[in-house]
Ligand binder design. Structure first.
Ligand code: AMP
Length: 280
């Protein structure tokens, strides 16, 4: 695996070694890699001529400075895992490489998507996501971009970015990889202590409860029940909500046919976890 730290060096290498007819697959990450990330890399490898991954803990997407400071960094083992998965190129830029001083900050018109759920609870977060993904896509110019369903709203935001900026890139969304007990793999899980790790599973249990108990009609009581269930298990809940799976319009009254997704964000002490599950 080639490790490259400079954007220009990466785009030159890709142009020189991989002319237009080759498929470049790209898996952007913030590191602290787990099997969820690696499944994306493996999928990418199967479907492309060249697999590029990036590790960059993007400061502009952290609305909470403490969350940024405590974000786990495990670069040596990340490199080993990417090598083992057959990644061809790792892009490992510095902050100034991605955000050269003096460059103006762009604003992305994300509309409704930025006003709900993660957009509401993490102001500015999706602008930061768009800034970094815009930059990364301009450098790598991938044929296919690999994203995880674990970050459901982020997948929609990035699809919108690709549309807004006319990137010639297809998006492939892979299912959430879970621990054997159901907890979604996440870089933030390493910050959970033993007790919190046991509690964390209740997010998955709450979503399964919603899936099992959802019936056509008003959903308010079910959302409240799931929120209470999490609160009783020690969470501080940002939201448990049910939305249209295609556009994230919140559903209060379900017709029994509309394709729906339950989305959860909740804290165990300092650690904020998110997850989601398609309901029908
Ligand atoms: P992150 O490093 O958290 O920014 O995630 C990088 C990519 O991996 C994103 O597209 C995530 O949605 C995806 N991802 C994170 N966790 C998982 C998981 N448990 N299963 C599948 N994909 C994941």
């Amino acid at each position: 695996m080639i490790i490259i730290k400079e954007a220009l060096a990466l785009s030159n290498l890709l142009k020189k070694r991989h002319p237009g007819n080759q498929h470049i697959g790209f898996v952007p990450t913030m590191g602290a890699l787990h099997d969820g990330h690696i499944s994306l890399v493996k999928q990418c490898k199967l479907e492309n001529d060249i697999t590029v991954s990036s590790i960059f803990v993007n400061p502009t997407q952290f609305n909470n400075p403490a969350d940024f400071e405590k974000y786990p960094i495990t670069i040596e083992s990340d490199i080993d895992k990417l090598e083992a998965a057959g990644c061809d190129i790792l892009f490992l830029p510095s902050v100034t490489e991605i955000y050269p001083p003096g460059k103006p900050t762009l604003h992305y018109e994300l509309g409704y998507l930025e006003t709900v759920l993660e957009g509401h609870y993490r102001p500015g977060h999706f602008q930061g996501v768009c800034m970094v993904v815009d930059k990364l896509l301009s450098i790598v110019q991938p044929t296919v971009l690999y994203l995880g369903q674990k970050d459901y709203q982020q997948c929609m935001v990035i699809s919108k970015l690709v549309e807004l900026k006319n990137f010639n890139t297809a998006i492939r969304i892979s299912e959430t990889i879970r621990e054997t007990d159901g907890l979604a793999m996440s870089s933030r899980n390493v910050r959970l202590n033993e007790q919190e790790r046991i509690q964390a599973l209740f997010i998955y249990k709450a979503m399964i409860m919603v899936k099992n108990e959802m019936k056509p009609g008003k959903l308010g009581a079910l959302k409240e029940k799931a929120t209470r269930f999490l609160t009783e298990h020690g969470f501080k809940v940002d939201y448990v909500d049910i939305a249209d799976a295609s556009n994230l319009a919140l559903i209060n009254d379900w017709d029994g046919r509309q394709k729906a997704v339950v989305l959860v964000a909740a804290y165990l002490h300092e650690v904020r976890l998110i997850d989601n599950l398609i309901l029908n």
